[in-house]
Every structure is written in C-alpha cells, then in structure tokens.
Write a new protein. Sequence first.
Length: 130
Amino acid sequence: MKNKLPTGYKYKPLPKNVTIRESEIEGLGLFATEDIPTNRPLGVSHIEVKSRGPMQAHLCRTPLGGFINHSDEPNCEVGRATFSQSGNSNSWYELISRFPISSGEELTVDYTKTLKRIDKYAKLLGFTRK
C-alpha cells in the first residue's frame, strides 16, 4: 500500500523556486533555483503556535526559517502576518525578497533585524530572551 495524501492536498516544504544546499556562509542555506523578483513572498519562515498552559504561544521554524543564513547585506526580509478566524488570532512570519535575486544566489536575512522584530512580538506575548 502506497502512502499518499488525500486528493487535493500537497505538501511541499519549500517553494519551487528555492532549494537547500551547502553554503559558503554557514552549513546549509537556501538558494534560488530561478530568478526571483523584488517583493516576492517566498513562504512562511516561522509559525506562531498557541497552546494552553504556562507557555501560551511559541514560534516554530519551517524549513525556510531553519536554513536561512545571516548577511549584513540581506536580499530578503521577514514580515509578520496575522489573521483572525472564529475569535482566534494566528500569526506567521513570511520570507520576502527585498530586491531581484538571481538563480543560484543564496537567500539571506539580517538576523539582528529579524530577531528584533520577533523579540518585539514575543514581548507582546509576555516572553523575554534569556
């Protein structure tokens, strides 16, 4: 018996225009497999997961969030998106190209700016970095 998703469902951990390979920056990184235009949403890098108990919410990394490397001159940024449905608010962080990226080029973000953005949101949730 072959395991497969139900009809109409597909899971792809990376968008078709991005792949993971060895990076000159650090370990493995994300690379463009085709030219990517400015302001192109590339996918979700982090997802806010809400739960009950002492930790009300935390951020989980997706493959995009786990393999993106730092650069002082990044070609991508991370933006936060929120939506509400049935009284529940959910958030995620999306990787977005800042300017055109050539096929074969590594995708990068500025960790200091990304961490400040995530920390600001974490403080709103009542978390602090140790």
